[in-house]
Design a protein around this ligand. Sequence first.
Ligand SMILES: Cc1ncc(COP(=O)(O)O)c(C=O)c1O
Length: 488
Amino acid sequence: MPIPTQPKYQHLADHYRSAIQASSLLPGQRMPSLREVVRQHTVSLSTAMQVCRLLESEGWLEARPRSGYFVRPAQAAATLPPVNDPPMQRAPDPAQYLGIHAKVSEYLALGRMQRFKTNLSIARCAPELYPAKALQQAAQRSLRLDPEQLVRAAPPQGCLEFREVLALRALLAGMRLSASDIQVTNGCTEALNLALRAVAQPGDTIAVESPTFYGLLQTLESLGLKALEIPTSPRSGISVDAVELALRNTPGIKAVVVVSYLQNPTGSIMPSAHKQALLRLCQQHDVALIEDDTYSALVDDSVLRMEPLRAIKSWDDSGHVVYCASLHKCLAPGLRLGWISAGRWQARVEMLKFAASRSNERLAQRAAASFIGSPAYDRYLRHLRATLATQRTQTAQAVATYFPPGTRLTVPRGGLSLWIELPHGLSATALFHAALAENTVIAPGTIFTNSNRFESHLRVNCGWPFTPEVDRAFARLGELVGELAKTR
Ligand SMILES: Cc1ncc(COP(=O)(O)O)c(C=O)c1O
């Protein structure tokens, strides 16, 4: 099966990004005009525009009215090279039962023990960035109109008005769902649990991104499933070649789980061609494709202008995609709302949800439905994304300023985390312990895998305002990395 090559505009964007990193294009300097790009590279005007918009979304360029695109001064200072891709075609490690619990629980417990701290290890926004007031008003209005709702049983599939609003929003990512295709869940965590239990039995194998969200590894372990880690690029997500190899050579794979937008922890976004190729593979091999959409609402607007959101499920005509979503990161961590639309496994998922936890409570769903269904939701999301873009740039700037030469940094095109690779193979686990002793918590790369990879990597949060305290924490982290380098 032909594996898609990198789209032309990404290839050209690489070229100009490297030129900025190598100072061939200097801060404040004008980027070649769209016409010049068209002429020099024999591409269409729309490809040239995609290149500039991509570089703008990554913070390398800024558009000036009627003058074209210019290299941004701030980003020019933060010219760390991006984190390397892993070897994308290597054969996966043998599938294994996970022993992740001991490792992850230890880190989480250590992080929680610190009472006064700068916590750079979490992956959500500061509470003040979420719409607390609007949700409070919506909840109060709902209680006024229906005071008995707390003492009546709620519908098992979820409140109809909430599912209708979710179905309408799903259209924005190209999915044509009705309320009856949706099961409301307790966050994406419950959606993933239900998805895995619907498509697999204990002892089966699930292909996952490597590195991946540690919560998924915990879920697999708790369900007695084996994980097959597939190399995943910080830029373009899971290697479709490696998935194909795995599906051909490993018996018993029941599902592939991917986060196609703003993967955790790398922040990658899968190109559309990769998403479609992955879907075709899963259909050919008759395995489920579990699409975890926890972060797409946080994709930068400049990316969306270039290419509107498109869920893998939007191409699925065979029911192989199990779409799992969350409102945790984009709306309200406290509501614990998520949902699942499980294609050919929908009836089984509904039964499993009913057996596991019955319905979600009504008030949270109604408050969320009222806010998401109003024009205020999109205004709020645009503001949130712009705030996160600023915080990402500030955080990237701090890493570029304080970390030693050789550090690599991936700044995703949206979301609330950065992915860092320390120089000379230095240990991020050692950095975790050294920083913890000084009340700063980071997420070391090793918790995102059950192999011994990503020892030199770390994920840092930029969902909180970039205060002088955060700046000091990064300055100290940079010094600690320097000290680790000396003790090698
Ligand atoms: C990729 C991914 N999936 C799922 C979750 C869990 O989502 P929820 O809090 O809605 O259960 C997270 C949370 O960090 C995540 O990063």
